[in-house]
Write a protein of this length. Structure first.
Length: 377
């Protein structure tokens, strides 16, 4: 067996034929907002028996319809997420339909609801990958975060099922106040068991439903800028990546008046549990959301998305800060996060500004940091 004529991926015919075209190569879909855990940092989870959340979930027929239209537009990959996607009673049907359409399917899960039936399903229809979230290496830390007694044992049982059945998976983690003391051990644990590079995230966004009580908990779980930089300093890969961005920042001229400056809607899109089309899973501003019950995916992708991506800001304060910031690419804040934080897409968020400046000071150079606009307190 040889490697596709020993060609490198940039030489594949597919890339040449699609160059310059807007094609949605992948999409993510929240098939439920419900979850069996109640994680302290989570931005979406509803109770597993939440009636209102259950009633607004898309039926199988709508999910299949969206997927079929996505494939007709050129989609190759699909991510099933939530909530906990395995809570859907029709998860097996959803998964099989997507696979039979020829899609490469990824799954985000906490592993606690995996069963032998799932193992048989995944052996017959292998997922591209299953990403499992790890919240701690001890029961005390793990269940303090999930706020669900017995969740640690169920998570370990789910992992063992995957191991025993040789199902491909890899681990990821979110580092927060409640597990910061175990951060190094968690990352080590993930890297020893994952078949791919572990992904860890110290950035927590606020809830989609703007629940004030839970948002207060999320804010308390956030690490300081100094703690995040200290964590990244110990990771050679992350350190090199940020340093490279800082080097490129020396010649940046800002992002202009355009509000959406990332790749959202360039070659991917997202679908909410209720069937709302979004440029990315986090972007919830009403002006950026399209109801697929009232129109088709093709229109959302070809007409609606370019209009959203062209949204510009008239705000002088934004244009004099974020729009001309040299280190905007190492600031985790974006229009989606800004909207969840302040109800506006074009505004700076002090917490994320602090992180970007701390990163630039640690991984950039003195000349760069001397010319930065300092975050307003």
């Amino acid at each position: 067996m040889t490697l596709v004529n020993k060609q490198t991926i940039d030489k594949f015919v597919l890339w040449r034929e699609t160059e310059g075209k807007r094609i949605p190569y992948d999409f993510s879909i929240e098939i439920t907002e419900r979850c069996n855990n109640h994680c302290r940092h989570c931005y979406i989870n509803k109770d597993s028996n939440d009636k209102a959340a259950l009633e607004k979930e898309m039926p199988l027929s709508q999910i299949v319809d969206i997927a079929e239209e996505a494939v007709s537009l050129g989609t190759l990959w699909c991510l099933l997420t939530g909530g906990e996607p395995l809570l859907r009673r029709d998860f097996v049907d959803i998964f099989i339909h997507l696979k039979k359409l020829g899609l490469l399917v990824n799954i985000f899960s906490n592993a606690a609801t995996l069963t032998p039936d799932h193992m048989r399903l995944f052996k017959s229809y292998p997922p591209r990958s299953i990403e499992i979230s790890v919240y701690g290496v001890s029961k005390a830390t793990y269940e303090h975060i999930t706020q669900t007694p017995g969740s640690y044992a169920k998570y370990l049982k789910g992992l063992q099922l995957l191991e025993d059945n040789k199902i491909k998976y890899h681990l990821k983690t979110v580092i927060m106040r409640s597990n910061y003391h175990e951060a190094s051990a968690i990352i080590k644990y993930c890297r020893e068991r994952s078949k791919e590079l572990v992904r860890y995230d110290p950035f927590l966004c606020l809830r989609y439903d703007n629940d004030k009580k839970n948002n207060a908990i999320i804010k308390r779980e956030r690490l300081s800028a100094e703690e995040i930089v200290a964590l990244e300093k110990r990771d050679s890969g992350r350190r090199a990546e940020i340093k490279k961005i800082c080097e490129g920042a020396k010649t940046r001229s800002g992002v202009g008046t355009r509000v959406i400056r990332c790749a959202a809607g360039v070659d991917s899109f997202a679908i909410s549990a209720a069937g709302k089309y979004q440029l990315c899973q986090t972007l919830k501003h009403p002006a950026t959301v399209y109801n697929l019950k009232k129109g088709r995916l093709k229109y959302a992708w070809e007409v609606f998305t370019p209009k959203v991506r062209s949204i510009s800001s008239p705000k002088g304060r934004y244009l004099q800060s974020c729009a001309c910031c040299l280190i905007v690419n190492i600031c985790h804040c974006c229009p989606a996060i800004a909207y969840l934080e302040e109800g506006e897409m074009d505004t700076a968020i002090g917490y994320f500004c602090d992180i970007a400046h701390a990163r630039a000071m640690r991984f950039g150079d003195r000349k760069l940091t001397q010319n930065l606009i300092q975050p307003k307190k």
